[in-house]
Ligand binder design. Structure first.
Ligand SMILES: *[C@@H]1O[C@H](CO)[C@@H](O)[C@H](O)[C@H]1NC(C)=O
Ligand SMILES: *[C@@H]1O[C@H](CO)[C@@H](O)[C@H](O)[C@H]1NC(C)=O
Ligand SMILES: *[C@@H]1O[C@H](CO)[C@@H](O)[C@H](O)[C@H]1NC(C)=O
Ligand SMILES: *[C@@H]1O[C@H](CO)[C@@H](O)[C@H](O)[C@H]1NC(C)=O
Ligand SMILES: *[C@@H]1O[C@H](CO)[C@@H](O)[C@H](O)[C@H]1NC(C)=O
Ligand SMILES: *[C@@H]1O[C@H](CO)[C@@H](O)[C@H](O)[C@H]1NC(C)=O
Ligand SMILES: *[C@@H]1O[C@H](CO)[C@@H](O)[C@H](O)[C@H]1NC(C)=O
Ligand SMILES: *[C@@H]1O[C@H](CO)[C@@H](O)[C@H](O)[C@H]1NC(C)=O
Ligand SMILES: *[C@@H]1O[C@H](CO)[C@@H](O)[C@H](O)[C@H]1NC(C)=O
Ligand SMILES: *[C@@H]1O[C@H](CO)[C@@H](O)[C@H](O)[C@H]1NC(C)=O
Ligand SMILES: *[C@@H]1O[C@H](CO)[C@@H](O)[C@H](O)[C@H]1NC(C)=O
Ligand SMILES: [Fe+2]
Length: 645
């Protein structure tokens, strides 16, 4: 068997093995990280045959390589018997399994809950050696009681190795819907060495009815050097949500910058290599509030640009593109061009984030949906990396003029999602409505509605930042297609949650408010305070502020200025914008029941000062079912409301 195989041979080999070997003995069968995200892509596929072969060849010297030789105690029936995928390794021969001490360095996490399964994550780092040439083996157990109590209802094992940064991602199956579980990993060779105990919750039954209120925390834009992750601690402290959604910018790729609070990047490098991206996730996940959120709640993640690089699109970013001479160097690193950089970024993401690959034949796909009974469907988009046409790249690659011209052409084929994902999104929402599911929440990276940002600048000039062509304002034809479809098909109870902007927003988007694109600046638009009439095809949008990233609010020094000058101008100059607040960092909590959704915006005033749970309510909005608009009058404690609402 050749050591180096082409990816097609690898895939054929895996298929053959699936037929000829016990189905549950594959390297990548248990630890999903080995097949995420690119089983077929040459530059990123992990050649699992070669990894196995490396371990085989190492047999004679394994005893030297291993720091310790400790036989596993017992051989439970559900453990491996002829493991590692090829039937060449006997569990009883402990030399094939790392027998030393394991450090579960980053606690545990869970994600992508279904009604029968959830992904569990950990990292198992050998203590004695940074890299060992034998597989590390961990077991996992899922308990029906909290804190590791109750019965074990699911269990198994998985291997990991330096090939995947010692990360472990398994799917625990056979679970009951809408149920809390606890879970824990342990060292196969030394079962007393255990990870922290995590808690998770499955989704409600796919065909469930009469569901309880479902509660989600919604985050975006967590820049570690910029501030503390207090917002992640809110639901842990208050135990008032069930699921966590992250809309992207979970890490930032920059080398330097931030607030003077000693949260600087470990490596000080702009990210480009696989090791760079891994180390950044490693650092972020040492944050106690982020770690606690992961070990308390199942997360659903989608990425935005900074998981790779600022303002990326399918073939480049603000500072990188394969054919731009400067686009193959980042900071002091050279020789990695955009495609390779993006692939590195995506692989590290799949290693560190408990996300499912819903179609292994569509390797770049993270867009996916989750069905929570007949109450709500979550429709999670990738408007960034999957198939996005060129975005606003100024000032590094000077294309602003052409993109702004393209952005407003309502006859353009420019797309945020690409045609395949666009069709999937429209079909998924149409199907959801046809099934009679009450609500649909679209998880979206960048603002969907139209915002005129001119007033965020203290003394604007004609060249001041005004329209964000990196958001849907840069892709107005596609936005209009979606709103036309929503209007024609009478989409109801369909709303958008959005990140990216480091500020809080409420928009009500319909065909009328965006038909003129960014030319619309009608301050009198919007429903009368007592108008509860149904708004056909209107999509309410909640834009959430950043966990910690700076935004326009920071330039105004205090809340009063940020509201009286910037936010007031924003709601006056943007037809579909009804509330705006820019000073605070925090998150949104969305509570969904059959009769209404409540969205609460929280802020953390001290987030650039200290780690604290001083949470304040910025605003709370209710959307009654059947109206496609927020109930008036609004209840806001901070920020500016469009007059008359
Ligand atoms: C385990 O990992 C943590 C986090 O990196 C570290 O602080 C600790 O010292 C490690 N323990 C051992 C025994 O290596
Ligand atoms: C940051 O670290 C330096 C050196 O340890 C210390 O003097 C300073 O007080 C710290 N600053 C903050 C905000 O913690
Ligand atoms: C690149 O920058 C990093 C961080 O400043 C530094 O540690 C490293 O030595 C630099 N490498 C080169 C080749 O200059
Ligand atoms: C890369 O950037 C250059 C400079 O702006 C541009 O001319 C070229 O079209 C870009 N190519 C790609 C593939 O993005
Ligand atoms: C999975 O992706 C492949 C490749 O893009 C595509 O041909 C196939 O239709 C997809 N399957 C599903 C169920 O969407
Ligand atoms: C699209 O619209 C722009 C103006 O918005 C116009 O210049 C261009 O010719 C149109 N293209 C087509 C194919 O109709
Ligand atoms: C949306 O609600 C309107 C008003 O109640 C109703 O006429 C329409 O049929 C609904 N649309 C769908 C797709 O159910
Ligand atoms: C944005 O608002 C400013 C007023 O602050 C106005 O001068 C400008 O024309 C508006 N831009 C657009 C594109 O509507
Ligand atoms: C603004 O919108 C209102 C309500 O739809 C409409 O009556 C008015 O004519 C619009 N004004 C402008 C300048 O478009
Ligand atoms: C903000 O308000 C303070 C106090 O009212 C004022 O002195 C300052 O100039 C304002 N800053 C900006 C940027 O407007
Ligand atoms: C929604 O908010 C209102 C007050 O704004 C409150 O009375 C109601 O209980 C909340 N409903 C849910 C389901 O959270
Ligand atoms: Fe961001």
């Amino acid at each position: 068997m050749p050591v180096k195989m082409s990816s097609s041979v690898l895939v054929a080999g895996l298929c053959l093995m699936a037929l000829t070997q016990a189905a549950n003995n594959h390297l990548d069968q248990h630890n999903l990280v080995y097949r995420s995200p690119y089983l077929n892509q040459d530059s990123l596929a992990l050649d699992t045959h070669a990894i196995v072969k490396r371990h085989e060849e190492g047999h004679s010297i394994l005893r030297k390589r291993q720091a310790q030789q400790v036989a596993p105690t017992g051989t439970p029936d559900n453990y491996i018997t002829a493991g590692y995928g090829l039937g060449v390794v006997d569990w009883a021969d402990a030399s094939y399994i790392f027998g030393g001490n394991l450090n579960f360095t980053h606690s545990v996490a869970s994600g992508d809950p279904y009604d029968y399964s959830v992904l569990l994550w950990t990292r198992a780092l050998p203590v004695e050696q940074a890299a060992v040439d034998v597989p590390v083996c961990v077991t996992y157990k899922v308990f029906d009681g909290l804190g590791g109590s109750g019965n074990v209802v699911a269990s198994g094992y998985a291997f990991t190795s330096y090939d995947v940064d010692f990360t472990v991602k398994v799917e625990a199956t056979g679970l009951k819907a809408s149920t809390y579980y606890s879970y824990q990993f342990a060292n196969c060779a030394k079962p007393d060495q255990k990870s922290a105990i995590g808690r998770t919750k499955t989704a409600p039954a796919k065909y469930g009815t009469n569901l309880d209120t479902q509660k989600f925390a919604v985050y975006s834009c967590s820049n570690c050097p910029n501030g503390f992750f207090n917002a992640y601690g809110g639901p842990v402290q208050n135990q008032d949500v069930d699921y966590v959604l992250h809309l992207g910018d979970y890490i930032y790729e920059y080398g330097t910058g931030g607030a003077p609070i000693n949260r600087t990047n470990w490596d000080g490098k702009e990210l480009a290599s696989l090791q760079d991206y891994r180390l950044r996730y490693n650092q972020y996940r040492t944050d106690p509030d982020l770690s606690a959120s992961h070990s308390n709640f199942p997360w659903i993640n989608i990425w935005d640009d900074h998981e790779t690089a600022n303002n990326d699109w399918k073939a480049g970013s603000q500072n990188s593109n394969n054919s731009y001479p400067a686009g193959c160097s980042y900071g002091n690193q050279t020789g990695i061009c955009f495609s390779e950089r993006a692939a590195n970024a995506k692989r590290a993401y799949h290693e560190w984030i408990p996300i499912r690959q819903v179609n292994v034949s569509d390797e770049q796909r993270i867009w996916r949906d989750f069905r929570f009974g007949d109450l709500i469907d979550l429709v999670a988009l990738d408007t960034r990396k999957y198939d996005r046409d060129i975005t606003d790249l100024t000032p590094t690659i000077p294309n602003l003029q052409s993109v702004s011209d393209l952005a407003v052409q309502l006859n353009s084929s420019r797309s945020m999602t690409g045609p395949i994902q666009e069709k999937w999104m429209l079909d998924t929402i149409d199907d959801s409505l046809a099934r009679g599911t009450t609500w649909r929440m679209i998880l979206n990276q960048v603002i969907f509605g139209t915002i005129n940002h001119t007033s965020t600048t203290p003394n604007p000039t004609p060249t001041s930042f005004s329209i964000n062509y990196d958001a849907w304002d840069g892709y107005q034809a596609q936005r209009q297609r979606i709103l036309q479809h929503a209007h024609d098909k009478e989409w109801n109870n369909t709303y958008i949650v959005t990140g990216d902007t480091h500020a809080s927003w409420l928009l009500e988007n319909n065909l009328h408010t965006v038909l003129e694109g960014t030319k619309m600046a009608n301050t009198t638009l919007g429903p009368n305070p007592v108008d509860t009439a149904y708004k056909r095809g209107q999509l309410v949008e909640f834009g959430g502020t950043a966990v910690s990233s700076n935004g326009w609010g920071n330039t105004w020094l205090n809340e009063k200025n940020a509201t009286s000058r910037a936010a007031t101008g924003l709601v006056q100059n943007s037809g579909s914008l009804f509330w705006s607040e820019g000073f605070y960092r925090g998150y949104m909590a969305v509570e969904v029941s059959y009769s209404k959704i409540n969205t609460t915006f929280y802020g953390y005033p001290d987030n650039q000062v200290k780690r604290t749970q001083n949470r304040m309510t910025l605003a709370q909005f209710t959307v009654p079912a059947g109206q496609n608009q927020v109930q008036r009058p609004f209840k806001v404690q901070a920020g500016a409301v469009k007059p008359g609402n």
